[in-house]
Design a protein around this ligand. Structure first.
Ligand SMILES: Nc1ncnc2c1ncn2[C@@H]1O[C@H](COP(=O)(O)OP(=O)(O)OP(=O)(O)O)[C@@H](O)[C@H]1O
Ligand SMILES: [Mg+2]
Length: 243
């Protein structure tokens, strides 16, 4: 069996039959506000606690806001500041040159190749083993041509594989509802796809659920499982199996 990397979310690790196969590059797809960023942060926090060097590259938010939101949501994650001070948990937001989609002096936006190279050099600088990129959808805003977008996505995944990291890459999908999920062509590039939904009619209580669409290297559950975001992390409401 391939070595596993725990997500740190018990229910999800159970669904994955023991965790993510090491070195997989896994997409966390979901609609707005489903908890993609928080899931990535929990993965990094739990792995940092276990002694791994973990980096979040945010292409959307500034480091300060990410940290504030993380502490607000995860009130019981008491080791955040220590892990950051020890460079076990590293947050590179849009304010940090390394993960910025920067403009050069003439105002031209750098190509994404530059960003991928920047991400790679930070991974090497810290000898990171766990990475999250939040979100890869930002690339779509800059790379309009679908073929070029696939090519850039492939370059990113190839770089992450070369650096021997196990990564989560968040991706926005247009609909948060399971019934309307469209399989994006770029889904095929990644080793795993986990989708976070917000199901149910607007007028009723919407229930967030999670489903593993694919995960190379392991059998996994195909169930769609409700979850809640608590001060102690994401909690999957798994129904215990009858013996
Ligand atoms: N303190 C909190 N306690 C409980 N739930 C929270 C708390 N803070 C945020 N949440 C939940 O987490 C969700 C936001 O999580 P997160 O930012 O990870 O979502 P996201 O999928 O990354 O969103 P976006 O698409 O905007 O990037 C909120 O919509 C809310 O439901
Ligand atoms: Mg987010």
């Amino acid at each position: 069996m391939r070595e596993r990397v725990l997500t740190g979310i018990d229910g999800l690790d159970k669904m994955l039959n023991g965790g993510i196969p090491k070195f997989n590059q896994v997409v966390i797809a979901g609609g707005p506000g489903t908890g993609k960023t928080l899931l990535c942060l929990e993965y990094l926090y739990k792995n940092a606690l276990a002694g791994e060097t973990c980096i979040l590259f945010s292409l959307e938010e500034e480091s300060k806001m990410i940290l504030e939101n993380m502490k607000e949501a995860y009130g019981q994650f008491s080791e955040i500041d220590r892990l950051i001070a020890e460079h076990k948990l590293i947050i590179k937001g849009t304010d940090q040159a390394s993960s910025l989609i920067q403009k050069d002096k003439k105002g031209n936006i750098f190509t994404f190749t530059t960003t991928i190279a920047d991400i790679e050099s930070v991974i090497i600088e810290y000898s990171a083993t766990r990475v999250a990129i939040d979100s890869v959808s930002v690339m779509k805003l800059f790379v309009k041509d679908p073929f070029e977008y696939r090519s850039v996505s492939t370059s990113l995944v190839t770089m992450l594989r070369k650096q021997n990291v196990t990564s989560l890459l968040s991706m926005e999908i247009e609909t948060p509802e399971k019934e309307k999920l469209i399989f994006e062509p770029e889904f095929f590039i990644y080793d795993g796809i986990i989708v976070m939904y917000l199901s149910g009619a607007v007028e009723e209580n919407r229930v967030p659920t999670v489903e593993i669409i694919k995960m190379r290297g392991t059998p996994h559950s195909f169930s769609t499982v409700p979850y809640e975001i608590t001060a102690n992390g994401i909690n999957l409401l798994l129904i215990p199996r009858r013996e």
